[in-house]
Design a protein around this ligand. Structure first.
Ligand code: ZN
Length: 111
């Protein structure tokens, strides 16, 4: 199951946007059919479109890019960027940039 589906599942569950049973069923359907969870929710009209869009924005904040292949892996509530490998290639994920680009990679400054 892609981390994107699982992350969206957690967002919807924590915000109680859908009953657990429905969420589980939709996640199952997405996995079985090999389509993104948001696609299943859209087709079934489980959520208002703007509610779904908002949930996707929340999920996007959990996305971390792989330093090796560039694929985005989504962190689950119990995962940290340092302990989570890229779901595609197993490479190291990059910490989310704070908006300030250009900080050279290197060891963290000494305390
Ligand atoms: Zn990768």
């Amino acid at each position: 199951m892609p981390s994107s589906d699982l992350a969206l599942f957690h967002v919807l569950r924590m915000r109680r946007l859908l009953p657990d049973a429905v969420l589980q069923e939709r996640l199952q359907a997405a996995t079985t059919r090999g389509v993104p969870l948001e696609e299943v929710l859209r087709v079934r009209r489980d959520l208002e479109l703007d509610v779904l869009t908002q949930a996707l924005e929340v999920r996007a904040r959990q996305g971390r890019r792989c330093g090796a292949c560039g694929e985005t892996t989504y962190l689950q509530p119990n995962q940290t960027v340092t302990a989570t490998p890229c779901e595609r290639c197993g490479g190291a994920l990059m910490a989310r940039s704070s908006g300030r680009l250009g900080r050279p990679p290197g060891p963290p400054p000494p305390r």
